[in-house]
Design a protein around this ligand. Sequence first.
Ligand SMILES: *Cc1c(COP(=O)(O)O)cnc(C)c1O
Length: 235
Amino acid sequence: MQRPPASVVVATGIEQVRTRLAAALARAGRPATAVTLLAVSKGQSVAAIRELAAQGQHAFGENYVQEALSKIAALGALDLSWHFIGRIQSNKTRDIAAHFSWVHGIDRLKTAARLSAQRPPSLPPLQCCIEVNLQGETQKGGVTLDALPALVAAMIELPRVQLRGLMGMPALTANEARQRAAFRQLRAALAPYAVHGLDTLSMGTSADFEAAIQEGATIVRVGTAIFGPRSKAPT
Ligand SMILES: *Cc1c(COP(=O)(O)O)cnc(C)c1O
């Protein structure tokens, strides 16, 4: 069977996700503007991103620096906001600091300090979230809840990054109560820092963004539900 053209997949996908997003917000009693939809475009083509941008999508998330840089260059004429959501290698921080508006997966002060030092003076401070590993999953990044206060305290002193909040990626489960319990933990972890202006909860993917919205997500990171399946991640 032939696949439908990418433009049809994207137009259908974004419409469905926007409908689900609006319904989840209404159910949560939150305003329509309470959540930013981050379209996760890793493994998706420049043409598909262009199509989605034409549908009014502004924020895009990428995991791999080389792949992202070529897309950012190709789409430079469009006013898009790029979020780095992958694992951060030390030798890539300069490119990340120069080409992205947001970084979601910070879990070491050393990385944050490099990003701050390397953020070009012509750009506004890099908007950052600390990744929290709530469930002690050793194969995933993120700080433990115990280590969070020290990292927050150190990061808010950095001049060229602006710490905005927390990011989480709990284990996938189809059980909505379990999804919500994990997201609720992340919200509770953020609460003490509201006084420092931390206002962002980056949580929820294609599989669980509705539960995340019930628990206060302010950014949801949605890929396949918008674009359809990804091509294999580049090596
Ligand atoms: C790939 C990815 C997503 C999007 O996942 P989908 O299942 O495609 O919605 C969200 N967050 C992070 C950190 C990712 O790596």
